[in-house]
Design a protein around this ligand. Structure first.
Ligand code: HEM
Length: 471
């Protein structure tokens, strides 16, 4: 018999039922979803980096091995069927676009995220961080409060500024847009956890779909108005040397860059521009706000780390603003941010469609399945050492103490379909932290925080942080 033996299947997560597989285990609120994802990740880690779960008849693999993570990220660029749930929301935006559209559009968008463009945003990051410090003032000396709430609002404003370049007095993007986007994320997560809503035919009749349509009308309406107005302004030549009609803006916002590409290279339609801006705003503010929240809570839990960050800020910056020259000198702050992301990844799990058999180190993933890549699991892998679960920013200062595997830190994804905003995120996170820590001492206890997963990862506990004025 010359037939090759079938490669072994990865260990199956416990608790599968006939027909529905593990679908019932997904069912629950966002806190439950987070607990379940951590459970799946730990099972995969214990199973040598690959495990299997069944959403009804559909096979999904869970990967927590860095090499296998890299193999899947580079070989498979398309997204699985449940990303399509977000297609109505983001259409041809980078996250949900078809592979063909994605290839051309990613190439066109990459220059908008180069270092020169991003460093031109730093003064705006400083301004927004100062606004955050002012708005936090009312919490000084009070009980523990919901700092994530403040960060969501401030980061949405920041990302909208750099993406849209609205004048300071322009309130086009405000509570309505933020609330609608948050609710849309919650709808996506809820649909994912309810297998009977995976079919578009059943979803079409659900109350969730009705709510989604109403919310989409709001977000589209707001964005369309802004784009239309900007086009008119640019046409009328009110473009200033800053590249925008907004009087005080000193950079070229993303929207203007895209309109220019549309004008000169016929690169995008108006709808596509809206879809890109919408996607980028949504991908940016939520993840970044969560990361800053967890960094502050961790600094509040470990006062000696907070002191060391503060001392570094004093030595490197004194009272100066952040600039492209002094930012790279904040090495301990960078270590704190990376360590926060490693343990509390704001994008803890991404997924790929397996469209042809993929050979991994010990298993072969079958074509027609889905692969979940657990960023959370890689962050807790034993390659980080016996102290993998502990918050120790110092590990980043000693390269010999870090895992030798180049894919160990994969919080922004790996390969061509990685995060286009990784440098943007690092700049924004650091700027916000510097301004807050310079003004306040923060107190928190990370062990008292429950987390939840609604597309991105965030705190579920609302008492998160206390603030005292730094004297
Ligand atoms: C701490 C903050 C952030 C984290 C942890 C994060 C993480 C990620 C990850 C893991 C991916 C890959 C998704 C996948 O493989 O399916 C991704 C994609 C993406 N991110 Fe981020 N991100 C962050 C901030 C940002 C920011 C600030 C922006 C924009 C300014 C952004 C825009 C995007 C976009 C557009 C994609 C899709 C890229 C593509 O498919 O070509 N992200 N992000």
């Amino acid at each position: 018999n010359k037939m090759k033996p079938r490669p072994p299947s990865p260990p199956v997560h416990p608790g599968a039922l006939p027909l529905i597989g593990h679908a019932h285990q997904f069912y629950g609120d966002p806190k439950h979803l987070w607990e379940f994802v951590t459970k799946l990740s730990h099972f995969s880690l214990k199973s040598g980096g690959v495990s299997e779960i069944w959403m009804g008849p559909h096979i999904m693999y869970m990967i927590t091995d860095p090499d296998d993570f890299m193999t899947v990220s580079t070989k498979c660029m398309d997204k699985p069927y449940f990303y399509k749930f977000a297609t109505e929301m983001f259409q041809n935006g980078l996250i949900t676009a078809s592979l063909t559209t994605w290839k051309t559009h990613r190439r066109l968008l990459n220059p908008s995220f180069n270092l020169q463009v991003l460093t031109s945003f730093i003064p705006e990051f400083n301004t927004q961080a100062r606004n955050l410090v002012v708005s936090l003032q009312s919490e000084v000396g009070k009980e523990s409060f919901n700092v994530h709430h403040y960060l969501i609002k401030q980061l949405l404003k920041t990302v909208c500024q750099t993406s849209l370049g609205l004048a300071t007095e322009d309130k086009s993007i405000d509570v309505d847009y933020a609330n609608a986007t948050e609710d849309l994320f919650a709808i996506l997560a809820e649909r994912f956890t309810r297998i009977y809503l995976h079919l578009s035919s059943t979803y079409a009749w659900s109350s969730l779909k009705t709510k989604q349509d109403q919310l989409l009308k709001i977000t589209r309406g707001i964005m369309n108005k802004i784009i239309y107005r900007r086009k008119e302004e640019l046409k009328m030549g009110s473009k200033t040397e800053n590249g925008t009609s907004a009087k005080v803006v000193k950079f070229e916002p993303l929207l203007n860059q895209l309109l220019e590409l549309a004008d000169t290279q016929d690169a995008f339609t108006d709808d596509e521009i809206r879809e890109h801006v919408n996607t980028i705003v949504a991908a940016a503010y939520d993840t970044t706000a969560s990361s800053i929240t967890f960094a502050l809570i961790l600094l509040g839990t470990y006062p000696e780390v907070q002191n060391r960050v503060y001392k570094e800020i004093q030595t490197v910056l004194g009272d100066e603003d952040l600039t492209k020259d002094n930012l790279p000198k904040l090495v301990y702050l960078e270590a704190v941010v990376k360590e926060t992301l490693r343990l509390y990844p704001s994008s803890p799990c991404v997924a790929r469609r397996i469209d042809s058999d993929v050979k991994l180190k010990n298993y072969t993933l079958r074509s027609g399945t889905t692969c979940l890549l657990s960023i959370y699991g890689i962050g807790r892998h034993s390659m980080w050492g016996a102290d993998a679960d502990q918050f120790k920013p110092e590990r980043w200062l000693d390269p010999s103490a870090l895992p030798s595997n180049p894919n160990a830190f994969c919080n922004f994804g790996i390969g061509k379909r990685d995060c286009i905003g990784r440098v943007y995120a690092m700049l924004a996170i650091k700027t916000m932290l510097v301004h807050v820590l310079r003004k306040y001492i923060v107190f928190g206890d990370v062990n008292s925080i429950k987390a939840q997963l609604t597309i991105s990862f965030k705190p579920a506990t609302t008492s998160q942080l206390r603030l005292e004025l730094r004297s």
